[in-house]
Design a protein around this ligand. Structure first.
Ligand code: 0RA
Length: 646
């Protein structure tokens, strides 16, 4: 007995040393101490319960943000074991205490089920303990309710004890934790972000019910329950909700072998997006793809091509299908589970296990092949759509070659609409894309013709998200833009040829203006992505001032309400009226010259690639019918979409 006790005390001390390290270097374990890291704590605890569900022992997880700032996660699994550890080092320590206080003890020591282990997740609940000022755990097991409690980053406050009977027949684990305000910059959870992940987990684990409620006094989130009996099929339907599916019921297949299994759901829509494949490994999004995606894409191309080759009524002699034609409009979820996932790449978002590639190749070739045979109506639609895409691609290539030849033969003739600048030093040149001819006229008068070029854009340019390249190239507004920028487009785009240092979008502050701005950003994002690369960052949004007023003889412009308040606090005796400017369309050229077009008075917003990607996504959502999705998206990205004024 004496040795047991001393062993136990010794391992408690080692445990604390481990947790000390976590507190010293939280970033190493949870990425950051911002809101992302804070949420990581929740995911870590929930992941453990999801593992228990994946192993077939739990079916419901309830997450509650408590009134006092804590977070509670309840599951109905087997309950973390409470018996003393047998292992030499931890001899005598209750297993639950080891799980909660020993780094790397993880959840599973019975080798049962897949564990979520990668660079990002699976650091263990002990990390949550280390970064919490308080953590409680209740385990219902063997008819009893057990309780253990920690304080100050993992120090045992109450040793494991029985606190009564478990409710009849119930087993499960409850973990409550209070993130340490000394560690985190904020301890304010954001339900929107949490919910997004809970929903994803519910999609990826069919039958699992994930409930969420927010009991914080100022919490606004409504209680939510995610529960999908059709798992990733429901996921695909959900993604395609705002789109127009080619057929009603998503296809689905699954295959299992030895240590790994795969599940795939798919459905094409009428859209033109060719990267609608979303892949996951052990419930973790693999943003950078990897072996599972590779195998799936390869077999998808082959199986659809083989099928098309046998349907002579659709395929003409010159048609040549490629992978991207077949993927156009496809929404697919590829979810694999394996024992030892290898997460690689910059953000650990790429699955490296080679064996998964051949599993996916075989499964997809066989089972998607069966699906095509068994669903001839759907299969014809898929093939017809791919053929259409391939013809469009051929036409676009021809159109591009023509543009290229033309510029080589005729010299780079600039479009009439462009009022170009005279300087040939591109580092000082600016292109203003202005909405409408009248604003274009004012801007032309206000500009410095040496370094400022004006390109008026009329009406709404084509929605590039929806339009194929060949249609897009026929649009005169787009043609004008491409020639003015002068660096080609798509895969031929060459950022070193861009003719201006700054490309400044100048639109009205109304709905149409923000729509055109979003369309332009989407076009640049899709066809001239290098414009947003960190060392280029050519794209800007002009923010015309909202107010003007007069001080003495000088006209002062104020960009927004905050600037107006600031001005008033600095000029407490100011009595003159404020004029509310009606946006670019209503400004005369002198006003423009003194504000948006003056290099020292204007406010420009530089657009980075993330913001452009958001514009792109906003657009596809705005085009869709799903108002709820649009609302949610805008809420979740409030900070980053503000400049789009939607
Ligand atoms: C280790 C072993 C067993 C279950 C668990 C851990 C477990 C961990 C967590 C964390 C949150 N909820 C959990 N539920 C279970 C298996 C126990 C057995 O064999 O009965």
């Amino acid at each position: 007995m004496a040795t047991t006790t001393s062993n136990y005390d010794a391992s408690s001390i080692t445990a604390l040393e481990g947790l000390e390290h976590v507190r010293k270097r939280p970033g190493m374990y949870i990425g950051s101490t911002g809101v992302g890291g804070l949420h990581h704590l929740v995911y870590e605890v929930v992941d453990n319960s999801v593992d228990e569900a994946m192993a077939g022992h739990a079916s419901r997880i309830t997450v509650t943000l408590l009134a006092d700032g804590g977070c509670e996660v309840i599951d109905d699994g087997r309950g973390i074991p409470v018996d003393p550890m047998k292992d030499k080092k931890l001899k005598g320590m209750p297993a639950v205490e080891a799980v909660l206080s020993q780094l790397n003890t993880g959840g599973k020591f019975d080798g049962d089920g897949y564990k979520v282990s990668g660079g990002l997740h699976g650091v263990g609940v002990s990390v949550v303990n280390a970064l919490s000022c308080r953590l409680e755990c209740e385990v219902d097991r063997d008819g009893l309710r057990h309780f253990i409690e920690f304080r100050g980053g993992g120090k045992v406050k109450t040793r494991l004890k029985e606190i009564g009977k478990a409710p009849r027949g119930r087993t499960g684990t409850t973990i409550r934790f209070w993130p340490d305000p000394e560690v985190f910059e904020t301890t304010d959870f954001r339900p929107q972000a949490l919910l997004e992940r809970f929903q994803m987990m519910a999609f990826l684990n069919k039958g699992l019910e994930l409930r969420f409620s927010d009991r914080r006094p100022d919490g606004h989130a409504e209680p939510v329950s995610y529960h999908y009996n059709d798992g990733i099929r429901d996921f695909v339907k959900h993604i395609n909700e705002s789109k127009e599916p080619l057929f009603k019921k998503p296809g689905y297949f699954t295959q299992q072998e030895d240590d790994q299994e795969v599940e795939v759901a798919f459905q094409w829509n009428t859209g033109f997006n060719a990267d609608g494949i979303h892949s996951f490994a052990n419930g973790i999004a693999t943003i950078e793809g990897g072996m599972h995606e590779e195998g799936f894409k390869k077999a998808l191309t082959k199986v659809v091509k083989d099928y098309a080759a046998n349907s002579t009524t659709l395929l003409k002699k010159d048609d040549k299908l490629e992978g991207e034609d077949i993927r156009e409009g496809l929404t697919a979820i590829v979810s694999v589970r394996l024992r030892e996932p290898q997460f690689e790449g910059q953000t650990k978002g790429k699955l490296g296990n080679v064996s998964v590639r051949s599993l996916l190749e075989r499964a997809t070739y066989d089972k998607l092949g069966d699906w095509l045979q068994e669903n001839p109506t759907e299969a014809r639609k898929v093939v017809a759509k791919a053929i259409q895409a391939s013809r469009a691609r051929a036409a676009a290539r021809a159109a591009r070659d023509k543009t290229r030849r033309k510029s080589a033969l005729e010299g780079a003739g600039m479009p009439d609409k462009l009022k170009d600048c005279s300087s040939r030093n591109r580092d000082e040149c600016e292109l203003f894309i202005v909405e409408g001819d009248s604003a274009g006229g004012s801007a032309t008068q206000a500009r410095d013709p040496r370094i400022q070029a004006i390109l008026p854009i009329r009406g709404k340019i084509l929605n590039v998200e929806r339009a194929r390249l060949d249609h897009m190239l026929k649009n005169t507004e787009i043609q004008t833009l491409i020639s003015a920028i002068g660096a080609g487009l798509g895969e031929d785009f060459d950022a070193s040829k861009v003719r201006y240092d700054k490309i400044i979008i100048m639109c009205d502050a109304d709905v149409d203006g923000s729509h055109i701005r979003t369309l332009l950003l989407t076009f640049f994002f899709r066809q001239m992505k290098a414009l947003f690369e960190p060392d280029h960052e050519h794209v800007y949004i002009a923010q015309p001032p909202l107010y003007s007023t007069v001080v003495g003889k000088e006209k002062i412009y104020l960009k927004d309400d905050a600037a107006k308040d600031q001005f008033l606090s600095e000029h407490p005796t100011h009595k003159k009226e404020f004029q509310r400017l009606k946006g670019l369309g209503e400004m005369d050229w002198e006003e423009l010259g003194e504000t948006t077009m003056s290099s020292d008075k204007r406010t420009l917003l530089r657009v980075n690639v993330e913001q452009a990607a958001i514009a792109d996504e906003v657009l596809s959502i705005l085009m869709g019918e799903n108002v709820e999705q649009r609302k949610q998206f805008i809420q979740a990205n409030a900070k980053d979409v503000r400049f789009l004024d939607i």
